[in-house]
Every structure is written in structure tokens, then in C-alpha cells.
Design a protein around this ligand. Structure first.
Ligand code: MN
Length: 220
């Protein structure tokens, strides 16, 4: 019985940790846009490095490995964006790494861009942050040249070395730190390479980064 909260409090969103029983608690989800030149070009942008573009998702938008992703409402163009994801520890350094999918209602994002409106309805819906198990940072040599990839129904859709990022993870953390007080449990989505495309109900997604636990998701 809690005498403190006016409503029953909900559990802290969390991610599994590879090889451990303990889970990684998720505080906030920060995402960078336009962080691979080939993806910037496919979206019609200029890949010359200006200021980084950041947006956020709520922590309870998390879907973990193996959970179904319900096709969200209000879209006919749900896109995958495979990304390296980093979770911050109590020292505000990378605690662990995993593979993520920044799911995007692309039709709503296009309307938002055209109207110079915010991106939340395109990026921050329930189930929009699919993240695999985290591997503790000490157990991985990246991020350097490891390949990030996504297959849909066994067909390769996206594939790129991680060192093709325009803003490195260190630079992303530095830029975010000018804007926010980063905290333990914050997750960082580090951007997606070219090949973003739509998914349909029944599609099976398998996202990988070399050396990290794979991420599997099915759209239902
Ligand atoms: Mn993204």
C-alpha cells in the first residue's frame, strides 16, 4: 500500500541486460536525426554538418526484444530506422549498448516538416522505441567500425558501419550536455543509415550490430 501516490504507480520502464538477471532502468530517450550522410541524402537533405537535430521519445514507448509491435493508428507509412542505442550509467558514461529501431510514422513526419511543426506525433507514439538487450560497455569494443544492419523478412534493408556517423557518440553526448542535464538511465538513439522504408503487419524485423545481442520484432 502506498500512501504517497494518488494513483497506483507504474513500473519504471526497463531493458534486459545480456547475461544478467538485473535490468537497465530507462529514464529518458534522446534521439539524433540526420546522422548518416546517405540517409540525409535519401530524405532530400544536405549532409553537410550543421547543428545536430535532437528529438525525444517517452520512456514508456519502449518495446523490448521479442515483443510484438502493434501497428500504430493514424498512419499508412510506418518506417523502420535501425540504430545503435547507448544507455548511460551513474557516471554519465556509456553503461551499455544495444540495437534499436526508431519507428516513425513517416507520413505524419512529412506533414510536420511541411508545417514546421514538432515531431512528437511522428516519433513518440506507443511502441516507437524498440530496443534489444543491452550489453555492458566493458564487454564490447565499439562503437568503431562494427556494421549496423536490419533485415525485414530476411531481406537486407539497411547496412552501414557505425563509423559513418556524422556526429560520433562522444560528440552527441557533448552536444546533448549543452542542452540537458544528462542522467543515469538516459538512452541515446544515435541515428540511422540509408534504406529506411515502410513495414506491414506480419513483417519480421531482425536488427543487428556486430558483437551486440540481436533484436527481433514482429509487426502485428
Ligand atoms: Mn532515427
Amino acid at each position: 500500500m502506498s500512501a504517497f501516490h494518488a494513483l497506483p504507480a507504474w513500473p519504471v520502464p526497463s531493458l534486459p541486460v545480456a547475461g544478467r538477471a538485473e535490468r537497465f532502468p530507462v529514464r529518458r530517450i534522446f534521439c539524433i536525426g540526420r546522422n548518416y550522410a546517405d540517409h540525409v541524402r535519401e530524405m532530400g537533405g544536405d549532409p553537410n554538418r550543421g547543428s545536430p537535430i535532437f528529438f525525444m521519445k517517452p520512456a514508456d514507448a519502449i518495446v523490448t526484444d521479442g515483443q510484438p509491435l502493434p501497428y500504430p493508428p493514424a498512419t499508412g507509412d510506418l518506417h523502420h530506422e535501425v540504430e545503435l542505442v547507448c544507455g548511460l550509467g551513474t557516471d554519465l558514461r556509456p553503461w551499455g549498448f544495444g540495437v534499436g529501431l526508431d519507428m516513425t510514422r513517416r507520413d505524419l513526419q512529412a506533414k510536420a516538416k511541411a508545417a514546421a511543426a514538432p515531431w512528437e506525433i511522428a516519433k513518440a507514439f506507443e511502441g516507437s522505441a524498440i530496443v534489444g538487450p543491452l550489453l555492458p560497455a566493458a564487454e564490447w569494443s565499439g562503437p568503431t567500425t562494427q556494421v549496423l544492419s536490419l533485415t525485414v523478412n530476411g531481406q537486407v534493408r539497411q547496412s552501414s558501419p557505425l563509423d559513418h556517423m556524422i556526429w560520433s557518440l562522444e560528440e552527441i553526448l557533448g552536444e546533448l550536455g549543452k542542452l540537458f542535464t544528462l542522467k543515469p538511465g538516459d538512452l541515446i538513439f544515435t541515428g540511422t543509415p540509408a534504406g529506411v522504408a515502410d513495414v506491414q503487419r506480419g513483417d519480421k524485423l531482425e536488427a543487428r550490430v556486430e558483437g551486440l545481442p540481436p533484436l527481433n520484432a514482429v509487426v502485428v
